[in-house]
Design a binder for this molecule. Structure first.
Ligand SMILES: Nc1ncnc2c1ncn2[C@@H]1O[C@H](COP(=O)(O)OP(=O)(O)OP(=O)(O)O)[C@@H](O)[C@H]1O
Ligand SMILES: [Mg+2]
Length: 347
């Protein structure tokens, strides 16, 4: 059931999407794989939130869980997943189908896999319009498709009967964005590495397109990327994940200027040319622990260069508020500003 008090708060605090304590567990060979263990997210209208973390940290899983795309044996639990004041956990599958591609849509890294290879682009697009555009009559569909394609820089005339393989990766990514934007109700776009498979010129164009959509439609986005320069260029706020958990939340300036979590600090040191050109590129030692491992304390303790002491091995750090920046960081150093951010700081 929707909790009226939390729904009211969502409106009051001007959030378009709020996720609290999301947990997702897969099953692999009969064993549970807790891929997301502690994930919360808050997105305001028109805000672009970056989601970063190394491969396997649970970024895609978190987004798919929010959109209700995972099926048993995967299990998704959350305290709340509130989209424009409605808790999605209370919706039926039928209602969720309307939300997906309606108020919230997702685009993926590999556009070719998002289309059915044996259907023309026109027929796939028409199907989406039939689901999400009750304001249109069937005979108006093609005109609307051409308009939507024009909006992403594609002249679709004469191309609606073409198959996905007849388009380039960059064109398909634009078409996928046009499909995602077909609904007039779209509020949140979940973009899972939307430019990773594109060359730099096309990547720049797609990022520009996303920025334009944000301005023109006041769209909010959650943008997963491995590229911190994309974060710097695109995002207002950043959520950093490690081993299925959120370890830091910061606005983009503070993330780069004064990263609080040692994992974030190490991520930044791994960027070529950061902090000082000419220094050796930092390679993070060790590896992420197996997701099914029992860990008492901080999940990053084994790889941490600035451990505080035994507390790091015995007590899981909560997301502490960072007074100086208004962010959050799951590191026991944070409550004491004299030591938090002192070592490994990149400024
Ligand atoms: N269907 C599945 N069944 C079992 N485990 C899975 C499944 N899908 C993902 N996982 C595991 O869940 C963890 C999180 O995966 P996920 O794809 O969400 O990570 P990610 O952060 O998106 O990584 P990447 O940056 O490589 O895309 C990984 O350890 C992955 O192996
Ligand atoms: Mg992923």
């Amino acid at each position: 059931m929707t909790n009226p008090s939390t729904a009211a708060t969502a409106v009051e605090t001007d959030e378009v999407l709020r996720v609290t304590d999301l947990r997702t567990t897969y099953q692999f060979r009969g064993l549970p794989v807790p891929a997301v263990k502690r994930f919360s997210l808050s997105v305001k209208p028109g805000e672009i939130v970056g989601l970063v973390g190394e491969s396997g940290s649970g970024k895609s899983t978190a987004l798919k869980s929010i959109l209700g795309m995972l099926r048993p044996p995967a299990q998704v639990e959350a305290e709340e997943i509130i989209l424009t004041g409605r808790d999605l956990r209370s919706l039926s599958e039928e209602e969720m189908r309307k939300v997906r591609g309606g108020e919230m849509a997702m685009i993926f890294q590999d556009p070719i896999n998002s289309f059915n290879p044996s259907w023309t682009i026109g027929s796939q697009f028409r199907r989406v319009l039939s689901l999400h555009r009750p304001d249109l009559e069937r005979k108006e569909y093609d005109e609307e498709i051409l308009r939507l394609l024009k909006g992403v820089g594609i002249d679709g005339r004469g191309k609606l009967n073409s198959y996905p393989f007849q388009f380039s990766q960059g064109q398909l990514q634009r078409i996928m964005i046009a499909v995602a934007c077909a609904s007039k109700e779209l509020k949140v776009l979940l973009a899972d590495e939307p430019t990773t498979s594109l060359d730099v010129t096309i990547e720049a164009q797609v990022l520009e397109l996303l920025r334009t959509l944000r301005v023109e439609r006041n769209l909010s986005m959650v943008l997963v990327t491995h590229d911190l320069s994309v974060v710097a260029e695109m995002c207002d706020k950043v959520v950093v994940m490690y081993a299925g958990q959120v370890v830091e939340v910061a606005d983009v300036f503070n993330l780069f200027e004064s990263p609080q979590h040692p994992y974030t600090q190490q991520l930044l040191q791994a960027i070529p040319g950061f902090p000082h050109d000419g220094e050796r590129l930092y390679a993070m030692r060790g590896a992420v622990p197996g997701l099914a491992t029992e860990i008492q304390g901080c999940w990053f303790a084994d790889r941490c260069d600035s451990k505080l002491g035994s507390i790091c091995d015995t007590t899981p750090p909560p997301l502490y508020p960072v007074t100086a920046t208004g962010g959050l960081a799951a590191c026991h150093r944070v409550p004491d500003p004299a030591i938090a951010g002192g070592e490994g700081k990149n400024s």
